[in-house]
Design a protein around this ligand. Structure first.
Ligand SMILES: *Cc1c(COP(=O)(O)O)cnc(C)c1O
Length: 208
């Protein structure tokens, strides 16, 4: 992380490491918590509840980010557990989050997920739909902090990260969640503020 920031001429404090804990055993999570990591990404609401409900209590500075697809009927559960939802990709979900937030006293923080590769099997709003969804989510009272993408597996990620950065700029959004184990250096060079790293972080070093 620090080396990638230095290589890109960026202040390491400007990039947050989101540790993707989705498939990790409890020992691995406890080890990385003990090392001081506080920002975590999970891709399923129910699994994340099991993993984090008890740990959360003692960790006031923990930040949990949902990085997997969210069904509207789980919007309230997701809001209960997660500090931020990175996968807003349709108006119906924006409405469900706004409804779930009513009366809870919490204002949902979200990123809009963009399907930059226009892959039919992948979640995310189309590039053409970003501006409208951002505007709609803001109208509904959500706090839209930025954009997130997962480039196609086989593609050069650079152009996808550049496109996401352009879309964020024109919508006045500061947060860019992009880059995973294989391509976080490229993402940092192209402006990522959050990289989501799983396998490269929880290597054999931590998993017994
Ligand atoms: C699993 C996952 C990651 C982490 O992937 P690694 O290649 O293990 O770093 C990042 N983002 C999302 C959305 C994921 O589902």
């Amino acid at each position: 992380m620090d080396a990638a920031c230095r290589a890109a001429g960026r202040d390491p404090a400007s990039v947050t490491l989101t540790a993707v804990s989705k498939t990790q055993p409890p020992e691995a999570i406890d080890a990385i918590l003990a090392a001081g990591q506080r920002v975590f990404g999970e891709n399923r609401v129910q699994e994340a509840q099991g993993r984090w409900r008890d740990r959360r209590g003692g960790l006031a500075d923990l930040e949990l980010r949902l990085i997997g697809p969210l069904q509207t009927n789980k919007a309230a559960n997701a809001l209960d557990l997660f500090d931020l939802i990175e996968t807003l990709d349709r108006e119906k979900l924006a409405r469900a989050l706004a409804t779930a937030a009513e009366g809870s006293g919490r204002t949902p923080r979200v990123l809009v997920q963009v399907n930059t590769g226009a892959e039919p099997q992948k979640a995310g709003v189309t590039v053409d739909g970003v501006d409208a969804l951002v505007a709609r989510a803001r109208d509904l009272g959500l706090i839209v902090e930025g954009l997130m993408c997962i480039p196609p597996v086989d593609a050069d990620p650079g152009p996808h990260f550049e496109r996401l950065a352009d879309l964020a700029r024109r919508n006045g959004l500061a947060t860019l969640s992009m880059g995973m184990s294989a391509d976080y250096e490229t993402a940092i060079a192209l402006g990522a503020t959050h990289v989501r790293v799983g396998s490269a972080l929880f290597g054999e070093r931590i998993v017994p």
